[in-house]
Design a protein around this ligand. Structure first.
Ligand code: HEC
Ligand code: HEC
Length: 221
């Protein structure tokens, strides 16, 4: 990736965000820098007019993210996660983790610094409402192995259909290379995603288990 890309995109993000509708501008003024994302999110959920206005802000933010995460949050690159259909509270938690250093990705950290609270909330509202493109796998034997493993451990938190809940990530239909990378990082205790509950839940996985689970999870609708 070109070194200049982040700068170009940050400028694009700033330009996109100045086109906000009046309602979002007011909302932005009310959302001070220190506002607690969770409290503000609850406020937005309870106010349909505000939610609608921030959704539109989110759609504009997403136009910048589309470069990597794809139109409507279906990533065109298998190592970059889909954001489509992702649970809002999980996304907000990841933004917090990028911001406070628990999760490391230099580019995403910069991107998030450039967004205020209401832009973050608008973005998660927008992505949560997008459909995930289904990508069935051709390797049914591997998928079956993965399903078996999934049914022993993963379903407890991510649910039988892989869509998580308000707090836990949707993983159904996630990009395979991103899943593989992420599971190995958790398992190996890599500090890119430190202190995650996922570390004890992956520590017994062999590379073969990971391959099977990736085949199953990425093909879940
Ligand atoms: C230059 C490419 C690029 C752009 C542009 C980009 N991202 Fe990302 N994003 C990534 C990569 C790569 C990751 C995965 C990081 C990792 O390895 O954990 C990621 C991860 C994320 C995650 C965590 C997803 C998860 O499932 O845990 C969120 C949330 C996110 N990005 C939001 C955004 C938003 C919002 C924008 C636009 C304002 C954006 N990204 C723009 C590359 C990008
Ligand atoms: C005890 C509950 C629990 C179990 C069991 C569990 N997970 Fe998770 N998982 C979580 C939580 C909580 C997160 C978010 C953690 C974080 O912020 O790093 C997560 C995150 C993930 C992510 C990252 C999602 C993203 O978009 O970046 C993947 C992939 C994942 N889990 C896959 C699995 C698989 C595969 C299994 C079974 C081997 C599994 N999980 C078992 C709770 C669980």
């Amino acid at each position: 990736m070109a070194k200049r890309l982040p700068v170009v995109l940050a400028v694009a993000l700033a330009a996109v965000l100045t086109w906000q509708p009046a309602a979002a501008q007011t909302a932005k003024a009310r959302a001070t820098a220190k506002v607690d994302l969770e409290a503000r999110f609850k406020e937005v959920q309870a106010d349909p007019t505000l939610a609608d206005s921030l959704y539109k802000t989110g759609r504009k933010v997403a136009a910048v993210c589309a470069h990597c995460h794809g139109e409507g949050g279906n990533s065109p690159t298998t190592s970059i996660p889909n954001l489509a259909g992702q649970n809002p509270a999980y996304l907000l938690e990841q933004l917090r983790q990028f911001a406070d250093g628990r999760r490391r990705n230099e580019f995403m950290e910069g991107m998030i610094r450039a967004m205020n609270s209401d832009e973050k909330i608008g973005m998660v509202l927008f992505y949560a409402a997008q459909e995930v493109t289904h990508k069935p796998s051709a390797n049914t034997a591997l998928v079956h192995k993965g399903q078996e493993y999934y049914g022993k451990i993963c379903f407890r938190c991510h649910g039988n259909v892989g869509r998580g809940n308000e707090q836990i990530a949707r993983i159904a239909g996630q990009q395979p290379e991103y899943l593989r990378l992420t599971l190995k990082r958790y398992r190996d205790g890599n500090d890119v995603r430190a202190n995650s509950i996922m570390t004890p839940n992956t520590k017994n996985m062999t590379d073969a288990d990971i391959e099977a689970v990736v085949a199953y999870v990425s093909s879940m609708p």
